[in-house]
Design a protein around this ligand. Structure first.
Ligand code: ATP
Length: 230
């Protein structure tokens, strides 16, 4: 699109305790896009996402939020329209599904409109849900807040293909309604089915980027070359 990026990494370096595992990443996300970051385990995808969210301090380069470099921490950007579904379980196991939705920033009813599957589960302890249901709960809660930019980390991890498609479709719909989505995924095929553009990271650097359409057309080659799959 011609609109300026809402979120951008410019020559981003990031890592832990001063040791970079992300080295010089350039990545931008335009309004209404679904952008997916693919790559093998340990490539630096989560680190890139968390640094762009403001959850980790960067080690060099810039994160730009609506065109301006920012070092604002995550909690300040959440008030400014940022939503995050982290890789770790973000729901509270001991609370009911309903209470998990109540402590979210958006209306419970909105979450249930997005994921009606949760309706019959409202009274259940979240910890007793299946992995897929827990992921739907976390995603529903994040989307109900109406984030202008949603960052999601490995929604598909360990889930059945049907649930993965369901979650991906929810992200696409959110984007079609004006949200912007940056998604880290292992499940290339499912993510590319809903994405507009893709970046592939390897050892902390972008080794491929292009439209999701291009990536879909060359998926076998891309998997072999970059994702360690044949
Ligand atoms: P995965 O799919 O396994 O999550 P990833 O591409 O998201 O992989 P990162 O999680 O960003 O990769 O990890 C990049 C590198 O940073 C890896 O070598 C990892 O071991 C290391 N790393 C991740 N988290 C930490 C941490 N909290 N402290 C120190 N090193 C870390």
């Amino acid at each position: 699109t011609d609109e300026p990026p809402v979120l951008q990494a410019r020559d981003l370096h990031a890592g832990y305790r001063g040791v970079p595992c992300v080295r010089g990443v350039d990545l931008d996300v335009h309004p209404g896009e679904v952008v997916v970051v693919l790559g093998p385990n340990g490539a630096g995808k989560t680190t890139t996402l968390l640094t762009m969210a403001g959850a980790l301090p960067g080690l060099g380069g810039d994160v730009l939020w609506r065109g301006a470099p920012t070092k604002a921490p995550l909690h300040r950007r959440v008030g400014d329209g940022l939503g995050v579904v982290p890789e770790e379980r973000s729901i509270t196991s001991r609370l009911s599904v309903l209470d998990n939705l109540r402590i979210g920033a958006g209306p419970v009813e909105r979450a249930l409109e997005l994921f009606s599957e949760l309706r019959p589960l409202l009274g259940r302890r979240a910890g007793l849900l299946s992995g897929g249901e827990q992921r739907m709960l976390a995603t529903a809660r994040a989307l109900a807040a109406g984030p202008s930019v949603l960052l999601a980390d490995e929604l598909s991890l360990g889930l059945a293909p049907m649930i993965v498609s369901r979650l991906m479709r929810a992200l696409r719909e959110a984007a079609d309604q004006g949200a912007t989505v940056l998604l880290v995924e292992q499940h290339a095929r499912k993510a590319l089915a809903v994405a507009d553009r893709a970046y592939i990271l390897q050892r902390g650097a972008v080794v491929w980027s292009g439209t999701a359409d291009e990536a879909r057309r060359n998926l076998r080659r891309i998997e072999r070359a970059y994702l360690g799959q044949d």
